[in-house]
Design a protein around this ligand. Structure first.
Ligand code: ATP
Ligand code: MG
Length: 731
């Protein structure tokens, strides 16, 4: 068979990696040098040149989105579909193993995944029952501790401890948490990996089966594997299987979650015969962008050190915008995206990247105002939205009544008169009887442990769930979802709230029905024979695992919003890095230590190197985040970039407005509104005859359409049409 076309579009070192016969192979190279491309081509090469079956290939990437993209890229290279090949994330693949071997893994058949929000709630409950002082040992800290141990592959039982208060308390919680999870048939994200690893260690015949099967293992973004993920790979690869890992130490950005750059060095220690391939040519970015990235990352001390060059064009300068505040920043970015779109580009080729999820809200508002379609990856994931989680909780109760977390979430949503006192009683009964909340509810009702009003409310809830179950039993998945969102009262609940946000929530709920409809079984074909009721369970699992890209129609041309962490591996023609401010980026939680600061810098390097053609950086002089307004200083990372590559865009701090006060707006001879032009600036204090005094925050539009946003001292922020508002300039 002619396989030359697979190697054609590669450079020499890339070809060497793709067709390399070594058993263990490490591709170590900088951003945009073709690591992922090599990985994809290697799979194609294995199948065409070496006649490897797709069943023998396991490819691991970092996100579900990346996995889907990888699969489709290989398919288009080969011109055939890849039935039987495992492509996924560590979590997705491990989860698949656990579903197939739940018994050997010591799990309940209907185990379900606890996401991090649910995990925190559970830990809070446990801490209450252990009488742990929340001020001294916050549940968040316990959660962090437990997850960190799991990432290291450690169970409560095998952690060394020295009787210090901290470790003793944490271990207590960890133990109780493990018990609660086992009892409730729940596994958290860390547990998925830990269990899968243990499954292999404890069941040599299962391990042998998979080792036999997966003769070829390929791993993208290897620099971000943590201890348990690496152990998982090492066990599966064994001595004889082929394994190629590709990575870039400069893009290691999950140290805070236990990822270990050291795994790159460890790989050489564990597999001393491994061949190392280096790629040095960047094919992604203009030389301006690449130069900026190289310069920035050179400030890090701990690097393996790499060269990266391009023979691409110099390209445009990097633009830097100093915004008045976060709204001005959002307005600026959105205006640039509109320009971009209006000059014939696709919105989906542009991305807005930010350090912290909370930044998306303002950007979303600005996008909504001009009705620009957008899609958010990571963070505010579809399946993490409040309304969706509520709906899923109802579905989860259908699958398993003993799902305490789900019950806690919706027992009084929508409100049905089950207050916190009633809930406390129920929790106490559950604790005393060592049973689930559902059973405790039943007991409370049957044994008249509640006053009659509360008892009626609880009974109504129990009946509601039973009725939903009965009605849904025979329905298809999407019809189940549809039935639940209406008959649980969730839709009406949000409709009653009113307003833009509530409308979005209702739309999201409707979107869930679409997601259920689209949920196809292709991914499960070979290993599971899905009964109709476990399709729902599988759907719920996917909801917990998925990166949430179902929120908007994939075919819509939408601008992409995501955190820098979720942008890893991706590329866009046009990239905005927003919020480059000290404390935000580098983040205040990480900037105190050298290693923390270097990880932030790597994150910035990841951000810059996502851009192919044009990069915008921006920061705000003042920013409201988490309800507080702070004055900001520009990020040190801006100062680390070569000045000559940067074009500073000056803040356009004044807005033309019709004059106010005594000047009346009159009709001109041609009937148009005459607009006398005066200027005033952002940040200026103004007065309004109805709303009182305030500060000008933002503006948009021109002439008679000009609008300003004023933050009034007493009534808060309002948008006003300048020509009617009759604002008075103060001070
Ligand atoms: P990152 O570190 O960001 O994950 P990467 O090393 O995985 O980057 P790729 O995403 O594989 O890099 O490649 C970057 C871009 O360069 C892609 O658009 C890819 O198609 C292109 N590219 C890579 N190698 C070549 C080549 N030999 N010829 C043409 N284009 C290439
Ligand atoms: Mg890549």
């Amino acid at each position: 068979m002619d396989v030359s076309h697979i190697l054609e579009s590669l450079n020499e070192p890339q070809r060497n990696a793709v067709a390399n016969p070594s058993q263990k192979l490490l591709v170590l190279a900088g951003a945009g040098s073709g690591k992922t491309r090599v990985l994809v081509h290697r799979v194609a090469w294995l199948m065409q040149a070496e006649q490897v079956s797709p069943f023998a290939v396991l490819a691991v990437t970092f996100t579900n989105k990346a996995a889907r993209e990888m699969r489709s890229r290989i398919e288009s290279l080969l011109g055939q579909s890849l039935h039987g090949m495992w492509v996924g994330t560590f979590h997705g693949l491990s989860h698949r193993l656990l579903r197939a071997h739940w018994r050997e893994a010591g799990l309940a058949e209907d185990f379900h995944i606890l996401d991090s929000d649910d995990q925190l709630r559970l830990i809070k409950r446990i801490n209450r029952s252990l009488h742990i002082d929340e001020d001294k040992w916050p549940a968040k800290q316990c959660q962090w501790y437990i997850n960190a141990q799991k990432d290291e592959g450690l169970r409560a039982g095998n952690i060394e401890h020295f009787d210090d208060d901290y470790t003793k308390t944490m271990l207590n919680v960890y133990l109780a948490y493990e018990e609660a999870c086992n009892r409730g048939g729940m596994i958290d994200f860390g547990e998925i990996l830990l269990r899968a690893h243990e499954l292999w260690l404890k069941n040599p015949q299962i391990l042998a089966h998979y080792q036999n099967r997966f003769q070829h293992i390929l791993v993208d973004e290897f620099q971000d594997t943590n201890a348990i993920q690496y152990a998982w790979l090492r066990v599966l690869a064994g001595k004889t299987n082929q394994m190629m890992v590709v990575g870039d130490d400069d893009q290691s950005i999950y140290g805070w979650r236990g990822a270990k750059i050291e795994n790159i060095q460890q790989f050489n220690v564990d597999f001393p015969d491994a061949e190392i391939v280096r790629l040095e040519q960047n094919y992604r970015s203009t030389s301006t962008i690449l130069q900026a990235a190289n310069k920035l990352i050179a400030n890090n001390q701990s690097r393996l050190g790499k060269t990266l060059w391009t023979d691409g064009d110099k390209g445009e300068q990097i633009s830097l915008y100093e915004a008045f505040n976060e709204q001005d920043e959002a307005r600026f970015i959105v205006a640039r995206v509109e320009d971009w779109f209006n000059s014939g580009n696709r919105r989906s080729d542009a991305a807005i990247l930010y350090r912290s999820n909370a930044q998306s809200r303002e950007l979303e508002d600005a996008l909504l105002r001009v009705a620009m379609p957008y899609r958010i990856y990571g963070g505010h994931r579809f399946y993490e939205r409040l309304e969706i989680r509520n709906a899923l909780s109802y579905l989860r109760l259908l699958v398993n009544r003993d799902d305490d977390t789900a019950l806690e979430r919706v027992v009084n949503v929508p409100a049905r008169g089950i207050g916190s006192r009633t809930l406390d009683t129920i929790r106490n009964v559950a604790r005393a009887q060592n049973c689930s909340l559902w059973r405790a509810c039943t007991k409370c009702v049957n044994e008249s442990l509640l006053n009659s009003r509360a008892a009626n409310a609880v009974l109504a809830f129990l009946q509601l769930i039973d009725n939903l179950q009965e009605a849904c039993d025979e329905l298809e998945l999407h019809a189940k979802a549809e039935h639940i969102i209406t008959h649980s009262g969730l839709i009406q609940h949000h409709e009653k709230e009113g307003g833009e946000k509530a409308r979005a929530r209702v739309e999201n709920l409707e979107e869930l029905v679409t997601a259920a409809r689209n949920f196809d079984r292709v991914d499960f074909d070979e290993d599971f024979d899905l009964k109709s009721n476990t399709l729902l369970a599988a759907f719920l699992d996917q909801a917990a695992l998925d990166a949430g890209d179902t929120q908007a129609d994939e075919s819509d041309d939408a601008i992409q919003l995501m955190t820098l962490h979720s942008a890893k591996g991706l590329e866009f023609q046009l990239v905005f890095l927003a919020g480059l401010e000290e404390g935000l980026f580098p983040h205040k939680m990480s900037m105190g230590t050298i290693s923390g600061l270097e990880e932030e810098r790597r994150l910035c390097y990841v951000g810059i190197t996502r851009a192919k053609k044009k990069l915008y950086l921006s920061y705000a002089e003042s920013r409201r985040l988490h309800g507080e307004v702070k004055l900001c200083r520009p990020s040190r990372f801006i100062g680390e970039l070569p000045k000559e590559l940067i074009d500073e865009i000056r803040l356009k701090s004044t807005v033309s407005r019709p004059s106010f006060g005594s000047t009346r707006i009159g009709k001109g001879l041609n009937g148009n509104v005459e607009v006398p032009q005066t200027e005033f600036s952002l940040g200026q204090r103004v007065g309004h005859n109805k709303f009182g005094e305030g500060v000008v925050l933002n503006y948009e539009g021109q002439g008679p359409n000009a609008r300003v946003q004023v933050n009034f001292d007493t009534v808060g922020s309002k948008w006003l049409v300048l020509s009617y508002a009759k604002l008075e300039v103060l001070g």
